[in-house]
Design a protein around this ligand. Structure first.
Ligand SMILES: *Cc1c(COP(=O)(O)O)cnc(C)c1O
Ligand code: SF4
Length: 337
């Protein structure tokens, strides 16, 4: 589509000019409004939000476009299902400090913003009460004290919301603060923004990351090779060239990437950009996402085919997050020892 438009426009104006109306999204893709089928009701609890640069990677006229399916509200989101709940990971009660979610030993999530550039319909945080829980300037000392009281922590993960919706100035301030804590070695940034607004990877961001004392790991979130056009791959590669480790996590989603070939293509495409596959997450059972769910026998077959067709270094770890576990739980192929 008119992709080149978004290669020139700065990321801030792209972020303030998102598509939020399902009808506009369908019109842009020349799809009939009949596809809405009650989708507007689904936006009442979780709005449509999608950057135009991401829409530009979708195919005109294809109602089953794998990128579109991730963002278009669906009437099935409104169905009740006993297994699919608002807080499948029990995170609401796991907060140690405002913004801090510490479940694993050496690392914890620090949420600096509740905002995302894109709303992914399957997201397990769609019901999370962020607004009550964001750290303010004055919380910094408490966060620092918390880290210093937990000598096992050597890594902070800036996570979602999406930390790359913050300005470079804000981000630099937080990175500076964190790097003053001696026990920290690593700083991880979990973000989908480089995929949906590739221009977010600007010179200032690269310079902030490459000049930090901390070892920086950027974990992007891409579910399909069609999200990784040449322009996006070029931006990711700029990070890699600065010796920033860039990894990808994907979520296995019915209708989006539930075939071995799709996942194989994704891994090779990531590798083109210098990005290593990290995790393939099984869907969290979050209310409103049941239409993305797959049978475990299908998951097993897909993953076995992925294993058989890719070199080991391009196979993402298939994991599920189980409340109360010490780490993400690996699935299949790990139970035989
Ligand atoms: C996923 C997650 C992490 C990061 O886990 P890694 O296996 O190190 O990628 C850390 N904290 C929480 C709460 C998480 O959900
Ligand atoms: S936290 Fe990640 S998966 Fe969830 S809506 Fe934001 S960008 Fe999408």
């Amino acid at each position: 589509m008119i992709n080149y438009l978004y290669q020139e426009q700065n990321w801030q104006s792209q972020l303030s000019d998102l598509i939020t109306d399902p009808v506009e999204l369908l019109n842009t893709l020349q799809l009939p409004e009949s596809l809405l089928r009650g989708a507007n009701l689904a936006t009442a609890s979780f709005k449509l939000r999608v950057p135009r640069a991401f829409v530009a990677k979708m195919h005109i006229g294809n109602p089953d476009d794998p990128l579109l399916l991730q963002v278009l509200p669906h009437h099935l989101e409104l169905e009740e299902h006993p297994e699919f709940v608002t807080d499948p990971l029990g995170e609401e009660h796991a907060n140690q400090q405002p913004g801090v979610l510490h479940k694993y030993k050496s690392r914890f999530l620090l949420t600096l913003t509740g905002a995302c550039a894109v709303h992914c319909r399957y997201c397990f945080r769609r019901h999370f009460p962020y607004q009550d829980n964001l750290p303010k300037q004055q919380d910094w000392l408490n966060i620092k004290q918390y880290i210093e009281s937990q000598p096992d922590i050597n890594e902070v993960i800036l996570s979602g919301g999406d930390p790359l919706t913050l300005s470079n100035r804000k981000l630099a301030e937080w990175i500076e603060r964190l790097s003053s804590i001696k026990q920290l070695k690593f700083l991880r940034i979990h973000s989908r923004v480089p995929i949906v607004i590739p221009n977010r990877v600007d010179e200032q961001l690269i310079s902030i990351l490459k000049n930090s004392r901390l070892r920086i790991i950027v974990v992007i979130h891409s579910n399909h090779a069609a999200e990784l056009d040449d322009f996006t791959c070029g931006k990711l590669n700029q990070l890699v060239e600065q010796k920033i480790v860039v990894l990808n996590q994907a979520v296995l989603l019915k209708g989006v990437n539930d075939s071995a070939q799709t996942l194989i293509d994704l891994s090779y495409r990531l590798f083109d950009a210098g990005v290593m596959p990290y995790y393939l997450h099984v869907l969290d059972k979050v209310k409103g996402a049941q239409h993305f769910d797959l049978d475990s026998s299908d998951i097993e077959q897909i993953y076995k085919d992925v294993l058989a067709n890719l070199p080991g270094y391009l196979v993402p770890k298939l994991v599920r997050e189980i409340a109360g576990e010490n780490n993400k739980t690996p699935l299949f192929g790990t139970t035989n020892f």
